[in-house]
Design a protein around this ligand. Structure first.
Ligand SMILES: *Cc1c(COP(=O)(O)O)cnc(C)c1O
Length: 384
């Protein structure tokens, strides 16, 4: 401990010390899996991709998995497969990475932002129905931080109004909603394997579905709209993309997937350290796992009670080497969105979220010592 304390002081002095909010965990077996592919005949479109897809489908209890070059292209494919197009409206959350909504714009659809809940920071399912209009074609919930949205209500609304449901589960592979793994629940579910996400392939993503028609559409759009004819010749049937994953990435993904459950258990342990450390601090509200859900704890978001304290606390932590962050500024608040028809949006809970929430480090490599250090900084700030 004394050594670590000293190391922290030294790191701080030379200004390279920063506890990141998220990071990957790569072991020898991951490196071996990748090296094996590099020595083989297939770098892309070989057996590792098929094998990873099967492993993902099995893990999530879904019929089909289609892996992609990243989560953003996975979202794009899912929207194309659902037939979303110009003139359609899609209800989604403003509390997400811009890609969720950007890919809707890419297919010509219009994102309609629904306010969030202040317990999970997910889309408020009770506010969805009032936003439905004749043009509404889909709902895109995002399982923020790895906590599942209220899927039963969302699916009920979708069935009643004949809407497609596409889950942006880029935070939530391995998480559960009412004992069901995320990935098996709605029409399509999208994952990301960026290095800060629960498992990584460097860059990468996947779309899971139980619907054969969507599955075929996903394959179609992933690879130039080309299929082989009965003679084995490539024939193009529609305008597609190249959103494929390499075998190098897929091998890493399959190796990582074997460790996913352990990774999430470790994240739960990190959260238990935060709770022990900060449970008694009255100035902040810690995030909670709702009953019947299994949280993925992709990120750990703390809310301050007095909004005036957010920025000073944030700066206090950064100055002391804690890689705090903010996920996310409301999508509609970005200059691009404001310039494209979203200037006058105002959602109450989304505003509260913006003014009072901070993302804290939470990942599988975080140590009890580091969480203790972060906890002491927070206490120090409020008790000064
Ligand atoms: C990371 C992320 C994406 C995009 O995934 P990439 O693999 O980085 O393209 C989309 N939506 C959410 C909610 C994300 O967190």
């Amino acid at each position: 401990m004394a050594y670590q304390e000293r190391a922290v002081k030294n790191y701080r002095r030379i200004k390279i010390f920063m506890i990141p909010y998220g990071r990957q965990s790569i072991d020898k077996d991951d490196i071996k899996a990748v090296a094996d592919v590099l020595r083989s005949d297939w770098l892309t479109q070989g057996p590792a991709v098929k094998s990873f897809e099967q492993a993902l489908a099995d893990y999530c209890g879904a019929k089909y998995a289609v892996v992609t070059s990243n989560g953003t292209t996975g979202l794009h494919l899912a929207y194309l497969a659902a037939g979303l197009k110009k003139g359609d409206e899609v209800i989604t959350t403003p509390n997400t990475f811009v890609a969720t909504s950007n890919m809707l714009l890419s297919v010509g659809a219009r994102p309609v932002f629904c306010d969030i809940r202040l317990d999970t920071f997910n889309i408020d399912e009770t506010k969805i129905e009032s936003l439905i209009r004749p043009k509404t074609k889909a709902i895109v919930p995002v399982h923020f931080a790895g906590h599942a949205c209220e899927m039963d209500s969302i699916l009920k609304i979708a069935r009643k109004h004949k809407l497609v449901v596409i889950e942006d589960a880029c935070h939530a592979i391995g998480a559960k909603y009412k004992n069901k793994k995320i990935g098996s629940i709605s029409d399509m579910t999208v994952f990301s394997f960026h290095p800060v996400k629960p498992i990584t392939t460097g860059e990468g993503g996947a779309v899971l579905t139980n619907n054969k028609k969507y599955y075929e559409q996903l394959l179609h759009f992933r690879s130039h709209g080309i299929r082989k004819d009965e003679h084995g010749f490539n024939v193009m049937h529609g305008l597609g993309h190249n959103y494929r994953m390499t075998d190098i990435q897929a091998a890493l993904g399959e190796s990582q997937l074997k460790k996913l459950d352990r990774f999430i258990e470790k994240r739960h342990e990190v959260v238990s350290w935060y709770e022990k450390m900060l449970g008694e601090v009255n100035d902040i509200i810690l995030p909670k796992e709702l009953p019947k859900n299994y949280h993925g704890w992709h990120i750990y978001v703390i809310r301050v009670k007095d909004q005036e304290t957010k920025l000073p606390l944030y700066k206090h932590l950064l100055k002391n080497g804690v890689g705090v962050n903010f996920h996310y500024p409301a999508v509609y608040s970005h200059p691009y969105y404001r310039a494209h028809g979203y200037k006058n949006i105002q959602l109450d809970n989304t505003d509260v979220y913006h003014d009072s929430c901070i993302t804290f480090p939470c990942h599988t490599r975080l140590t009890k010592f580091e969480v203790g250090y972060i906890g002491r900084l927070i206490k120090q700030y409020f008790h000064k």
